[in-house]
Design a protein around this ligand. Structure first.
Ligand code: NAP
Length: 256
């Protein structure tokens, strides 16, 4: 079941079945929109739908921080879609703290479960069928804050750093089976979660106010800036791309 080009250079995903975590708002909702527009059948999840799930997508409530939540979601993907071609683990985030050493144990565990282990669990539940079939695409969403390792977010950046490392290794293992694994790494994107987190951070550290001026391309990202990269990676336009990390941040967090 190959994706085809539609003559306009736009990737097409007709006949593809996709699961997107965290699709009720923000970047996840942008990804759901893009995949639906490209013709994919999409199932998305969040802890609650809040009536904001993009029209046309199926929704199942799940908390992906636990093994049980991942298992229920993987089973729902098979029930609702009949199998899976594209898995996008986008749900993520964490609250900032005044000091790295003040991050409570439970929040470390939450951050690791949501930003790292949810991917590990969903992949381990859903990638074997892709491997058996000889095709499939997995995309993990990281954060451009990883190399900066902001102390208030160390639980988050440490989990996302591990996610990037894990993604490269999984890509190497699954490549011979025709399954591609890539990471998309957003910078500062305007989303409900992103704005709320930055407001919290600015309350803890007033020097953070007005940080948008640091984005060289002159604006914060939009969910669709990230969604277009995910669409590319999900499509056959990226058929020779695996183990990559696409940093999409308006030029803010230069790595080197
Ligand atoms: P957001 O606006 O907070 O949306 C997060 C989505 O994930 C919501 O649908 C949320 O719904 C769902 N979610 C959260 N916790 C969940 C859980 N335990 N189980 C299932 N679903 C859950 O976040 P966003 O800003 O779009 O961020 C999306 C991804 O991009 C995250 O991985 C984040 O780390 C990454 N990122 C964002 C930025 C940014 O500036 N926005 C920058 C770098 C990286 P519920 O709350 O109802 O569960």
């Amino acid at each position: 079941m190959a994706t085809t080009q539609n003559g306009t250079g736009t990737p097409e995903l007709k006949g593809k079945r996709a699961l997107v975590t965290g699709g009720s708002r923000g970047i996840g909702a942008g990804i759901v929109h893009r995949l639906l527009d490209a013709g994919a059948e999409v199932l998305t999840t969040a802890r609650s739908s809040s009536g904001t799930v993009p029209e046309g997508a199926s929704f199942v409530a799940a908390d992906v921080r636990s093994r049980r939540g991942a298992e229920d979601l993987a089973a729902a993907a098979v029930d609702v879609l009949g199998g899976l071609d594209i898995l996008v683990h986008n749900a993520g985030g964490a609250q900032p703290h005044a000091s790295a050493t003040a991050i409570p144990d439970e929040e470390w565990l939450d951050a690791l479960n949501l930003n790292l282990l949810a991917s590990v669990r969903l992949d381990s539940l859903l990638a074997p069928a892709m491997r058996e079939r000889g095709s499939g695409v997995i995309v993990h969403i990281s954060s451009a804050a990883v190399p900066v390792a902001f102390p208030p977010f160390l639980h988050y950046t440490a989990a996302k750093a591990a996610l990037e490392n894990y993604s490269r290794g999984l890509a190497a293992e699954l490549a011979p089976a025709g399954v591609r694994v890539n990471t998309v790494t957003p910078g500062r994107v305007s989303t409900p979660g992103g704005e709320a987190t930055r407001e919290q951070w600015a309350r803890l550290d007033p020097t953070q106010a007005g940080a948008e001026s640091l984005v060289p391309l002159g604006r914060d990202g939009l969910p669709d800036d990230i969604a277009r990269a995910v669409l590319f990676l999900a499509s056959d336009q990226a058929s020779w791309v695996t183990g990559s990390n696409f940093v999409i941040d308006g030029g803010e967090f230069r790595r080197g």
